[in-house]
Design a protein around this ligand. Structure first.
Ligand code: F3S
Length: 284
């Protein structure tokens, strides 16, 4: 069995930076307890390891409100402006590991909405990154995640809007949705804020999936960028398997399989990818 491994598989720059930030704080061994606002990464293995080292998780704004002191690390997804302000008001030590690509979207949304534009975010409603971006808009803000949503909103908003995207959104779907707004006489600003790491990973996944007999996509069940890789892979390769660890791999593959592709989401640690790779080498 031959394996084609995606070069882009695994931690992206932003996730690595955020995870390293937490480990650096642990290594400093200060007196102040360490918290992350939400899960630092959508990967339970990493989160469990951090918890064992004493890091606590603030699940939401309510947890933050009752916190009296400590160091709070903001994850790569970023937070809404009101959450950031609340951390400042409470005099907590803030370590901001918001990915610079996400930070850029916050700045665009803040500026454009201040200039009177309505903000349209192409992304997944309820995703923490999208919630954070929403929270930097001063005026009206809409989240659209499907072609139907886009068609519906485009009929109501004719112009004076700024469109941005969640950093991990499917690139082709983003283009299709922008086309819908453009067709309906839309003449606002469009900023493609899908990050390069995501675009490269999605393109590579599609290319590999086209070529192989079976495709394995590794990532956490809650990772939205992994879910998008699965979607892209399934469009090209019917034998796409989504696994969280090697334990989720199927016992056997279709008889005709000679080439397997492997990719992984941005929050999948290297050791998990290696385990899957080794399992495939030994067992298939
Ligand atoms: Fe940043 Fe892109 Fe990763 S936005 S967190 S480098 S997926």
């Amino acid at each position: 069995m031959k394996i084609k491994m995606a070069k882009s598989a695994g931690f992206c720059f932003g996730v690595r930076r955020a995870v390293d930030t937490v480990y650096e704080q642990i290594a400093k061994k200060g007196d102040s307890p360490i918290y992350t606002y939400g899960l630092i990464i959508h990967n339970m293995e990493v989160v469990k390891d951090l918890e064992e080292k004493g890091v606590k998780i603030l699940q939401n704004e309510d947890d933050l409100r009752i916190l009296e002191s400590g160091t709070v690390i903001i994850r790569a997804h970023g937070v809404a402006r009101n959450i950031h302000r609340l951390m400042q008001e409470k005099n907590l030590k803030i370590i901001d590991a918001t990915c610079p690509f996400v930070h850029r979207i916050h700045q665009i949304v803040e500026k454009e909405s201040r200039d009177g534009k309505k903000i349209i975010i192409i992304g997944n409603l309820g995703h923490p990154e999208v919630e954070g971006i929403t929270g930097w808009a001063e005026g009206e803000v809409f989240v659209v995640e499907s072609l139907e949503d886009a068609a519906d909103l485009a009929g109501k908003i004719k112009d004076n809007a700024c469109i941005v995207s969640q950093t991990t959104f499917n690139y082709n779907k983003f283009q299709d949705m922008v086309d819908i707004f453009t067709e309906k006489c839309y003449n606002g600003t469009v900023v493609n804020t899908i990050c390069n790491a995501t675009e490269e990973r999605q393109i590579e996944t599609g290319l590999i999936a086209k070529e192989v007999d079976a495709m394995i996509v590794i990532g956490d069940i809650h990772s939205s960028n992994t879910a998008k890789l699965v979607e892209i892979s399934r469009n090209e390769c019917a034998n796409t398997y989504f696994v969280q660890t090697f334990k989720d791999l199927p016992l056997d593959l279709p008889d005709t399989t000679t080439l397997i592709g492997i990719t992984a989401g941005a929050s999948t640690p290297n050791n998990i990818i290696e385990e899957v790779q080794n399992y495939v080498r030994i067992n298939f």
